[in-house]
Ligand binder design. Structure first.
Ligand code: IPE
Ligand code: MG
Length: 232
């Protein structure tokens, strides 16, 4: 969800106003994803590197996170959304960590839609943690080095149990992944939306989904191999 700050700056507004508008946009996009038949949406809300921002902005972001959770809880429940968090939540302030954990628990039987919020998340940090877990299991004799395969790695990622992303949308016209789901994105289609996140509305989502639908996914095979058989 990139571009809140630049959206605000372009309008002469404080950065936090951009974040507030971005948060409102997220609610709309969750609804639009459910309506479009998407089953899982992962949003990069706060990166492990975002702590480097001014304290006022960091605390403003957490306050916003707490507010949005509280303000839209009933709506999430109504739409049977299951909330997940990836990232190191132990470092988050208690006023946001505690309600988050409550909702993660209370929504765990919801199956209509997975909303995964990446908070204090970094893909390299996630990979390091998985490597440590593998090393510890090998050192303890619970796992043979030869038995380390992709399934063993994947099971130790924070996204274990969730599907890999089919589509990654990067807003704000930047062309990079910025430490987001680096392993899970191996075969993801990437769409770069030329608008700041607060301007990423339902119509923008439809454009991204249409672009995704035009892509041919081959997973290393030839086009002929992956083409569905021609309809009679
Ligand atoms: C939102 O946009 C991303 C968050 C960390 C919430 P930015 O804050 O990165 O906006 P820009 O990139 O400065 O425009
Ligand atoms: Mg940014």
């Amino acid at each position: 969800m990139d571009g809140n700050g630049r959206w605000a700056a372009a309008k002469g507004l404080p950065r936090l106003e951009g974040h507030r508008r971005g948060a409102e946009r997220l609610i709309e996009i969750v609804d639009a994803c459910i309506d479009a038949g998407v089953n899982t949406l992962t949003v990069f809300a706060f990166s492990a590197e975002n702590w480097k921002r001014p304290l006022e902005e960091v605390s403003g972001l957490f306050k916003l996170g707490e507010w949005i959770l509280r303000a839209h809880l009933a709506r999430l429940e109504k739409r049977k959304v299951r909330l997940h968090v990836i990232g190191d939540v132990t470092a988050l302030p208690d006023f946001v960590r505690s309600p988050l954990q409550d909702v993660i628990k209370s929504s765990q039987d919801n199956t209509a839609f997975n909303l995964v919020v990446a908070l204090n998340y970094g893909a390299r940090q996630e990979i390091v943690a998985a490597a440590r877990s593998l090393a510890a299991d090998v050192a303890a004799g619970k796992l043979q080095p030869d038995a380390v395969d992709w399934a063993a790695v994947e099971a130790r990622l924070q996204t274990a149990g969730l599907p890999d992303p089919d589509l990654i949308i990067r807003t704000s016209g930047e062309f990079r992944l910025s430490n987001f789901l680096l392993l899970q994105s191996a075969y993801a289609e990437i769409v770069f939306a030329p608008v700041f996140w607060p301007d990423f509305d339902k119509a923008q989502l439809q454009l991204a989904l249409a672009e995704y639908a035009r892509r041919e996914r081959r997973y290393g095979m030839t086009g002929a191999q992956v083409q569905p058989p021609a309809q009679a």
